[in-house]
Each structure stands twice: as structure tokens, then as C-alpha cells.
Design a protein around this ligand. Sequence first.
Ligand SMILES: Nc1ncnc2c1ncn2[C@@H]1O[C@H](COP(=O)(O)OP(=O)(O)OP(=O)(O)O)[C@@H](O)[C@H]1O
Ligand SMILES: Cc1ncc(CO)c(N)n1
Length: 270
Amino acid sequence: MMTCHEPAGAPPRALTIAGSDSGGGAGIQADLKTMLEFGVHGMSAIVAVTAQNSVGVHGVWDLPAEAVRGQIRAVVDDIGVDVVKTGMLSSAALVALVAGELDRTRAPVVVDPVGVSKHGDPLLAPDAVDVVRRELLPRATVVTPNLDEVRLLTGVEVHDAADLPRAAEALLALGPAWVLVKGGHLRGDAVDLLTDGTSRFLLRGPRLDRRHTHGTGCTLASALASRLAWGDTPEQAAKAAKDYVSGALAAGFPLGAGIGPVDHGYRHRR
Ligand SMILES: Nc1ncnc2c1ncn2[C@@H]1O[C@H](COP(=O)(O)OP(=O)(O)OP(=O)(O)O)[C@@H](O)[C@H]1O
Ligand SMILES: Cc1ncc(CO)c(N)n1
């Protein structure tokens, strides 16, 4: 375990371990843009490269294990981290590697258990799901599944907001400290549930009828991670993250022929 000196006057340090989205709306690109907006120093360990645009994912290339390990250690062992966020981890071997590397830091970890892209393209191998369950989730400070990922990880089907507590309980049984179940795919209001099994907070936003939603999940998790790095409680961090993603989603714009990105920089354009 490395202990790092926190430099006086420097912003909090956030590391995203995730996949690259060439289209810039999701993945590492969304994470770093969001981290900048929240005033933290964003750093990255790229796990896989995707050739991706508004229409879909056209190719995926995993990085070699030593490249992923090397990036994480270069950051953790010298610069230090105040929070880690994980996103697309692609394969069973890379999930296991990342889970092991998390033991090198005591920083809080936000796990976005990315399963498929908005277009339905797979970003996690089927045999990696069980490794996420057994090795990654017990190390998570907060896990942020969408409803498809809830089903994949627990088998629980969420049909309406009343099912959210049952889904959260099934996830908590897998070992994370907190769960933020995202109800973005529900009908009606966009309701998310944050709970540690004792406290329960409903985050409710009006459903925005927007086509350009690429990157909502990565953006929410990175905003949450950034606020944790500043010392917010999970409740404060989740509320700030929900506000930011709602604003970015309301300002999403058309790029390409398909689903455009949320606007990470909307606060500079209004
Ligand atoms: N149409 C919408 N209107 C308002 N809020 C939304 C909408 N869609 C998603 N959200 C919110 O955006 C956040 C991300 O949720 P979502 O369910 O879209 O994640 P996701 O499916 O993991 O995203 P991604 O497809 O980028 O992986 C949540 O806070 C959710 O409530
Ligand atoms: C690289 C990457 N990570 C996450 C997502 C989430 O949808 C995506 N589309 N691409």
C-alpha cells in the first residue's frame, strides 16, 4: 500500500479506469470533461479503446494487462488519488486486475458497472459479470448500475420506482457500501435511489424528452466521484451529480447521424 502526500493548494485527484470513446460523449472522455467541470485533477488508466460514434460501437480493443496495470501504478504510486472511478472494464481478466489494483489505495471507489452501450453494443464479456460481482463490488464505495445492469448482476427486474428498494438490497448483498440505482430507463420521472441499507435517498428529476443522451451514466458516476474527492457525503455527492447530469442532458446536442452527446460544458454556454 502506497501512502501519498497530499500537496497543499492542489485540487483533489481523481482517477478514471475505463474505456475510451472516440466520439467523446462517454467513457474516459466524458469522465475527464466532468472532472474538469467539478474542479478536480482528472487522470486516466485506459482499459480498452473503442471505435465509437453516434451510431454505435464499431470496434473494441482491450489493452494488454501490463499496460492497464502500468497506468494505474504510475498514477497511484507517485501522484496519489483521492477518488477512483471505474467504467468499461471489458474482460474478466481486466476486471480482476483492476479489482486487485484497487487494494493499493484507500481512496473511495465509484464503480459504474458498464455492461452495454446505449446502442446495445456489449462492453463487458459475459464471463466477466461474475468477476464484477465477486471481486469488484465488494471494493466499491458506491456502485451505480442502470436497470439493465441491475438485472445482469442480481436477476432483479425493475418495472417501476416501487421496485428500486428491492434492487438496491440485492446489490448491497454483493458488498458495496452504497448503491445508486439509476432509474433513467423507467417511464415517468427519472428517479434514482441511493442507499447504504440504513439511509435511503430518492433523487427525482423530471423526465427530459431528449434524443441526445450519450454519456449520461459515465457523467453521473464521474460527477459523484469528483464530489466525493472534495469530501462530500455520498448523499451530497449524488445530489450534485444528478443536478449536473440533468443540466448536461437538457443541453444535449445533435452530432452525427444517431444519438448525440450530453453537453458537459453546458454551464459555459448558458
Ligand atoms: N430522459 C431522462 N431525463 C432525465 N434524466 C435522465 C434521463 N435519462 C437518464 N436520466 C438520468 O441520467 C442518469 C444516468 O442514468 P441512465 O439510466 O441513463 O444511465 P446509463 O444507462 O448507465 O447511461 P449510459 O447509457 O450512458 O451508460 C440518472 O441520474 C438518470 O436518472
Ligand atoms: C467506452 C465507453 N464506456 C462507457 C459507455 C457507456 O455507455 C460507452 N458507450 N463507451
